[in-house]
Design a protein around this ligand. Structure first.
Ligand code: FES
Ligand code: FES
Length: 180
C-alpha cells in the first residue's frame, strides 16, 4: 500500500449535493500498517468508518457498532481496540494495524495460516478481529497458556466456531512462531 491520501470532499454534502458549511473536517496524519496515511474526517466519525469508508480497508468488520462483538478490532499503538468506539481524529500521530497488514511479502502470518488450516473460521465476520487481537497477544506473550488466550480473546465474539478451534489455532501459531 502506498501513501494513503483520501480527500473525498472538503465539505460534506447533503442528499441534494448541496455543501453543508457546518460539517467541518479535520485533517489527520497517522500510520496504517506501517505506511503514512492522511485523511479528512468529521469529529463524529469513528475510526472504523474512516478505515472502511475513507481508506477502503474493509478487513475490520462492523458487527454491533457498540463495543460488544470485537469484529472491528484493530491495533492502536499495538493495543487492540474496538475501532467502532474510537474516533478517527484519535488516530492523529498514532500507529494503526489492521488485518490487511498481517501478511508479509505474499506470505500469510502464521496466525492466518493456522486459522485456515485449523478451520478456525466459518462465516469469517469475526476473524479479522480475532487475528489482530491474537497477534497483539503473541507479540507481547509468545508462550501464552490456554487461559491467557481465552482471557485475551474474551472481547471477541464468534457465533460459528465454538471457540475451541480458534484457541487451538492460536496455540499452533505460537508454536510456529517460536520455532522460527
Ligand atoms: S462492531 Fe465494534 S465491537 Fe462490535
Ligand atoms: S466464524 Fe462466524 S462469527 Fe466467527
Amino acid at each position: 500500500m502506498g501513501r494513503l491520501e483520501a480527500y473525498p470532499t472538503l465539505l460534506q454534502t447533503n442528499h441534494l449535493g448541496q455543501a453543508n458549511p457546518v460539517a467541518k473536517k479535520t485533517h489527520v496524519s497517522t500510520t496504517v500498517n506501517n505506511e503514512p496515511a492522511e485523511f479528512l474526517c468529521e469529529p463524529r466519525e469513528s475510526l472504523l468508518e474512516v478505515l472502511r469508508d475513507t481508506l477502503k480497508l474493509t478487513g475490520a468488520k462492523e458487527g454491533c457498532n457498540n463495543g460488544n462483538c470485537g469484529a472491528c478490532t484493530v491495533l492502536l499503538n499495538d493495543v487492540p481496540v474496538n475501532s467502532c468506539l474510537v474516533l478517527g481524529v484519535e488516530a492523529e500521530g498514532a500507529s494503526i494495524e489492521t488485518v490487511e497488514g498481517m501478511a508479509c511479502e505474499g506470505h500469510l502470518h502464521p496466525l492466518q495460516q493456522c486459522f485456515l488450516e485449523g478451520a478456525a473460521l466459518q462465516c469469517g465476520i469475526c476473524t479479522p478481529g480475532f487475528l489482530v487481537t491474537a497477534k497483539a497477544l503473541l507479540d507481547k506473550n509468545p508462550t501464552p497458556s490456554e487461559h491467557d488466550i481465552r482471557f485475551n480473546l474474551a472481547n471477541n465474539l464468534c457465533r460459528c466456531t465454538g471457540y475451541d478451534k480458534i484457541v487451538k489455532a492460536v496455540q499452533e501459531a505460537a508454536k510456529e512462531l517460536a520455532a522460527k
